[in-house]
Design a protein around this ligand. Sequence first.
Ligand code: ATP
Ligand code: MG
Length: 378
Amino acid sequence: MEGICNALREDNPKRVFYQFEGSLDKAVNLINLINKEQPDVVILDESGVDAKDLLSLEQACMQYPNTGFIMLHETVSQEFLISALRIGVKDVLKLPLVNEELLRAVSRIEIKLNYAAASKQGKVIVFTSGKGGSGATFLACNLAYTLAATHSDLKVALLDLNLQFGDAALFLSDRIPPNTLAEVAGNISRLDASLLASSMVQVLPNFGVLAAPEDAERAEEVKPQHIDALIKLAKQQYDFVILDIGRTLNATSLKALDHADNIFVVLQQTLPFIRDSKRLVKILLSLGYPKAIINLLINRFEKGGDIDVRDIEATLEMQVYERIPNSYITVSASVNQGVPIMKISKHDPVTKSLEEIVRKLTEIPGGKEHGWISRIFN
Ligand SMILES: Nc1ncnc2c1ncn2[C@@H]1O[C@H](COP(=O)(O)OP(=O)(O)OP(=O)(O)O)[C@@H](O)[C@H]1O
Ligand SMILES: [Mg+2]
């Protein structure tokens, strides 16, 4: 074991290792470890096992397609090799181990993973509004949470790009963010997947939030090119990247909008919101963002309100994507406690409409749920 670690460390000092003792019949422990640490490569010294013992590994191989399993074995028979490869093991190496063979096998997996990461393009969803207090931050945070909580196979990131008034992390957690957007921007030349992940508040195993800079002075350090690099990286690492850009259009928020697959404009059913949203939509269109990606969310919707949804649609010349009901007591509890609304009340109408937005975002017309993701990855 020591020899393997030394060889891998000499080859690349940045590699991180975890040692784990046990046997394949304790595969549950192995799965827990993989779940927690998400390693790129797992090397199993299974000198004693025969082909039928491999079945217990099958589950791990299926569950973690992004982890490459390498198996070490004393006698690599044809039958054993075929069974191992069939269940998804990437390589079987003969013991005693030749270091060069191991390094070759590991680097084959790493190259493949890097390639997969570089070609993956997550979906970018931007939340904005024409007027303060519309609920854009509340909806961005809770949509991100609902998406991650209902789809454990999807990785979700929420980046708070609201430089002056960013408060998104507080809507979801009472933990102090390890880093904020300002530190990430300050270290942009070193920014990689692990720096980004370790800077985030991990709200769920598949959902992290990058907090906004803590004060305006630090916010000054964040430049448009930082936002660009950050979003490019996040798109490679996450299936959904949700951005709260607040309501100021400037060079930094435009960089975020440039990456958008979907721009949610949040408004309420009153004249000032409608007026300011009309202005915002007009600006977005004049900046060249396609109408097809601009979507209206009516928040705090009340049936029988003064202004009918059809009037809003006629004024803004576009369809409403979803109405999110007004739910003062539950939303206030969620916001005040910093706990996602889905955790406060599974049956609240706001939770239900967030689930409906998630359904729409993960479906393809006439296809299965999150079919577009399978299409990309297959
Ligand atoms: N569907 C809802 N029902 C009831 N209250 C809501 C709802 N959505 C949001 N709110 C309330 O509105 C408040 C303002 O929401 P939020 O901070 O998300 O707005 P914002 O658009 O991000 O504002 P800002 O422009 O200042 O960033 C929240 O604190 C919450 O109490
Ligand atoms: Mg906000």
